[in-house]
Ligand binder design. Structure first.
Ligand code: UT7
Length: 325
């Protein structure tokens, strides 16, 4: 049976030049390289410069992805930007990227699902492609989380970083089996009753400010492993694929211990898990496309590889996606 699949045509990334190490942080708050490494696996994070906005990071990743796909912005029908840190409350960062790319056709909008944003954007792009509304979509996860961090709060300031990752999806033909190239299965979830465990202390309609990040880390951790594993299992089941058949797990990069525990629950050996949290930290919606782009560039992820993405974040929101690269 012939079906439409959303194929990953290209990937791109951008990380700001400035780096803050754990030792740098230990001079700012009461923490240590030892604590951060042991509890999170993070060694350093990239931080946007004063004049770099989320749209600048997103644009750089977009240019990289277009080059990787061998197309130009005139070939794009839509741009979806997953971000929790837009340049401004409006217009959407996606329309800024559209302008920077010199693209005056199609449409562009933002999606906000915090650390699961990239999963939501990919699922939406896949639906738009499979319904025949568009052929080629640029999906970007871009964040300047450093602008939401309270740099005096050791509970959160050690965890986050800035960056952007991009993927270009295009319609292709498959035969409806798990041997097809492209997105094979995807599910996203949310449960707003957990909103208080991870949130910002402000927003345009509540405080007229952006607020800073508050997190009950221990509780978020506990839910993360369970929800990530159950979303992944559902997506695998829907595609009739076992975790043993995966080439790579490409998880959201929040904490090495969460990644490790989820892989164990799924029976996936850590040698098949992409880990970038050590040198990217948690870049929220950018973390999966950044991790994917890194491993495609080093040729560790190759055409034909079976990839499982999963993410969990504030809301709570979570989700998983199975794709053959
Ligand atoms: O991407 C969205 C999803 N977010 C996540 O997945 C993050 C989930 N949570 C986590 O990654 C972990 O819970 C943290 C890394 C945030 C914290 O690790 P933990 O092992 O859960 O530590 P904890 O919160 O239980 O805190 C242990 C201790 C506390 O001290 P007391 O109360 O035991 O005396 C904290 O005050 O560690 C203290 N602590 C620190 N010490 C040194 C908290 N942050 C730091 C720090 N340096 N940066």
């Amino acid at each position: 049976m012939s079906v439409v699949r959303s194929k990953i045509l290209g990937v791109g990334s951008y990380l700001p030049e400035k780096i803050i190490t754990n030792d740098d942080l230990s001079r700012m708050v009461d923490t240590s390289d030892e604590w951060i490494t042991e509890r999170t696996g993070i060694k350093l994070r990239h931080i946007a410069s004063e004049n770099e906005k989320t749209s600048d990071l997103a644009y750089r990743a977009a240019i990289d992805a277009l080059k990787s796909a061998g197309i130009t912005s005139t070939d794009l029908d839509a741009i979806l930007v997953a971000t929790t840190t837009p340049d401004d409350t409006f217009p959407a960062t996606a329309t800024k990227v559209q302008k920077l790319l010199g693209m005056q056709r199609g449409f562009a909008y933002d999606l906000q699902a915090v650390c699961s944003g990239f999963m939501y954007a990919m699922m939406t792009a896949d639906s738009l492609i499979r319904s025949g509304q568009v052929k080629t979509v640029l999906v970007i996860g871009a964040e300047t989380l450093s602008r939401l961090v309270d740099w005096t709060d050791r509970n959160t300031c050690v965890l986050f970083g800035d960056g952007a990752g991009a993927v270009i999806l295009t319609a292709s033909e498959g035969n409806g089996t798990s041997l097809d190239t492209g997105i094979l299965s995807a599910r996203v979830f949310s449960d707003g009753t957990y909103g208080d465990l991870l949130h910002t202390t402000g927003g345009p309609s509540s405080t007229r400010t952006v607020g800073t990040i508050f997190m009950n880390g221990r509780e978020v951790f506990r839910h993360a492993v369970v929800k990530l594993a159950s979303a992944a299992e559902e997506v695998l089941r829907n595609a009739n694929v076992s975790s043993q058949e995966l080439t790579w797990l490409v998880p959201h990069q929040a904490n090495l211990r969460i990644i490790d525990s989820t892989a164990k629950k799924l029976g996936i050996d850590m040698s098949k898990v992409v880990v970038t949290v050590d040198h990217h930290a948690n870049t929220s919606s950018a973390s999966i496309p950044l991790a994917l782009a890194e491993k495609v560039k080093t040729h560790e992820i190759k055409r034909g590889d079976l990839l499982l993405f999963d993410a969990m974040g504030a809301g709570f929101t979570w989700g998983a996606m199975l794709a053959r690269y």
